[in-house]
Design a protein around this ligand. Structure first.
Ligand code: MG
Ligand code: ZN
Length: 370
């Protein structure tokens, strides 16, 4: 008798698990997102967020997230990761060595989430406030044993059918040692290639009929303090553009606030704060879209903290007394914020590589990996 009751109980619970997802433990039980937007604030640790919060009248869009976790950011060969190994953990789900761009510890290429998305018929995009060939975006679309191979990375944009990319580094596409003009090659492939010299971002026509590339600078885009302001508006346009391009199967978009990290390297609190505010505005735009859309999972995290940044005694909300312990990265646990279908999988403490695993499971890419 006892056995029989137990049997029924098991049947019932598995029945309900399928019919009515409880959404607590595994991605199998949750509702799957059609689209995923992964937002990376490079160098954005808890203190960077805190500084951004207090200096923004104690308010950030990040506060809208109800699911928050922490990831362990270390690399395979160093407790302190760099942005290449940090982004490769997200893009490929592997711990690799510092400087590796989507290659494993044996320097062998590993398929990225963006490449998997392409293969599965999804629309894809990369948006950044550094050069688009920089370590973080490159780790989603290039495979390199060492970082900073900007011209090689630029040529790799022809190897996938990425639907959209926006960032600096026009020179790496057009003023090259090999004499190739990658922008012209992209145009031949059907891309609309545009840049900030010709059009402002608010006027640019992002027609989803064609894949789209927009260069925001010849080299690195300027700072927010120097007048850069495209990230929030281009984030909004990008999700709308990709929703249309990915009407059938969905989309994957990575948006990077690249220069929070550079403020940390420079040990400049005001640089961190202005870049943090800009990134948080972009988060707000993407959240607005996701709330209206209902099929989009938004994940916001960082690759690592930069600067060993601290807010000290004597600080007020308007005036922070800050200090740095390093001009490089630190090994801090890094916050992860998630909103939308599947978000419940992102609570807790886990490896940085788990972010890839969760995205892959939620997309259902599963078996055809590598
Ligand atoms: Mg970066
Ligand atoms: Zn850095």
């Amino acid at each position: 008798m006892k056995k029989r009751i137990l049997f029924i109980a098991v049947v019932c619970s598995s029945f309900f698990a399928c019919e009515k997802p409880s959404g607590t433990n595994s991605s199998q039980e949750s509702i799957r997102p059609k689209n995923i937007v992964l937002m990376i604030g490079d160098g954005m640790g808890v203190t960077q967020i805190t500084a951004g919060l207090y200096t923004n009248r104690n308010k950030l869009n990040l506060e809208q997230f109800k699911v928050i976790g922490l990831h362990k950011s270390y690399a395979s060969n160093n407790l302190v990761t760099d942005s290449a190994a940090g982004a490769t953990a997200f893009s490929c789900g592997i711990k690799t060595y510092n400087g590796a761009i989507a290659v494993d510890t044996d320097t062998m290429p590993v398929e990225t989430i963006l490449e998997m998305a392409e293969k599965n018929g999804l629309a894809t995009g990369l948006v950044s406030t550094s050069t688009i060939t920089h370590a973080t975006p490159a780790s989603f679309i290039c495979h390199r044993k060492v970082r900073k191979m900007h011209q090689e990375n630029a040529a790799d944009f022809l190897k996938t059918d990425i639907d959209l990319f926006v960032g600096g580094g026009k020179d790496h596409f057009e003023k090259r040692e090999d004499g190739r003009n990658i922008s012209e090659e992209l145009k031949k492939k059907g891309y609309v290639v545009s840049d900030f010299f010709q059009e402002t971002i608010s006027k640019v026509n992002m027609d989803p009929a064609s894949p789209f590339a927009f260069f925001t600078a010849n080299t690195d885009p300027v700072t927010v303090a120097e007048g850069r302001n495209y990230l929030p508006s281009i984030s909004k346009k990008s999700v709308e553009f990709l929703k249309e391009r990915g009407k059938e199967k969905g989309f994957f978009l990575m948006i990077e606030g690249s220069q929070i990290d550079w403020g940390g390297h420079a040990n400049e609190s005001s640089y961190i704060i202005t870049e943090m505010h800009d990134f948080d505005k972009a988060v707000g735009k993407v959240l607005d879209f996701a709330k209206a859309d209902g099929e989009t999972l938004v994940i916001v995290t960082a690759d690592h903290e930069t600067g060993g940044y601290s807010i000290n005694k004597g600080s007020t909300m308007d005036s922070l007394v800050t200090e740095f312990t390093t001009d490089y990265h630190t090994a801090d646990l890094i916050p992860v914020f998630a909103y939308g279908p599947g978000a419940e999988n992102f609570g807790g403490i886990y490896e940085n590589t788990a972010i890839f695993d969760k995205m892959k499971d939620l997309y259902g890419f599963g078996e055809e990996v590598k």
